[in-house]
Ligand binder design. Sequence first.
Ligand code: TYM
Length: 334
Amino acid sequence: MSDTKKRILSGIQPSGALTLGNYLGALRNWVELSRGDEYEAFFMLADMHTITVRQTPKDFRKNAMDLLALFIACGLDPEKSPIFFQSHVPAHSMLAWVLICNTYMGELSRMTQYKDKAKKHASNLNAGLFTYPSLMAADILLYQADLVPVGNDQNQHLELTRDLANRFNNAYSETFKVPSAYNPKVGARIMSLQDPAQKMSKSDTNENGYILLLDPLDRAANKIKRAVTDSGSEVKRGEGKAGIENLMSIYGACTGKSFDEIETEFEGKGYGDFKKAVAEAVVETLRPIQEKYADLMKNKDYLKQVYKSGAERATRVANKTLAKVYRKVGFIEP
Ligand code: TYM
């Protein structure tokens, strides 16, 4: 393992089926960034984050294995970049405690995701939901990550991570690399197909608002065709055109075309033609992923070997940072 390569760490919660938003905002870029030789990457299934909302154990286990298979089906190479469950690497919770003791209540209270979730889960407003950003900081700092590829809803958590790294470094001497967020140029925030003011999310009560990576293909296409637009007819960005702009982002992220190119392509054509093209682009993005996923799910032994070896490799790196931190805060060496 080289010490000179830059490091990447990112994670997704196995809290339900993966959406097109998760794919275009995060996973697709993980595949891009980890493909070459520039970075050494670690990819995590953030299962400890998921229990901040009560889970049914059987469904939780299924979602976790599904997500693992999807990571690989989307193109991650587990030989090259370890893929692991957060709960298999104890260093995450062990560093989280130290960071929680260095995070201010005021900082956590300001997290918009916490405020949103607190509204949604008022009957289970547990302390984990509140301290979750400190655990996320631990996930990142343990690996001395340079870059964290995420959709832009995670940027505030990344800012806090940077603050915590600097705070610890100043108090105890240089320990953590201060990481940066990496947002994709197109697709960093995919919006609901039914309400373009809300981000696309699997917790949406309207199923037509989101596309799942495992949606049957005709269903995914229909969701695009039913997407909310506006009373105009031009495929262009602009005031009052959030629905069209969102479809342009999806189309652009799936095809690699820029907004300008898309506007030129659909000049003089109506929303019907445009939606048909978007639906096709989405279907062609999902098809190979679904085929690979179906194959992988037939081979549970392979999946098990992936997450076991992933956890071993992740643990080696994480434990190095943890040992340094424990020594610096003054814990007696065991
Ligand atoms: P999670 O599981 O909610 O989302 C996983 C990734 O998907 C991105 N994303 C989106 N991108 C664009 N448009 C959308 N509509 C959309 N919805 C979700 C998210 O930005 C994210 O990149 N706390 C994290 C998981 C986590 C993590 C970490 C991430 C735990 N530890 C350490 C990075 C590093 C979360 O709940 O993401």
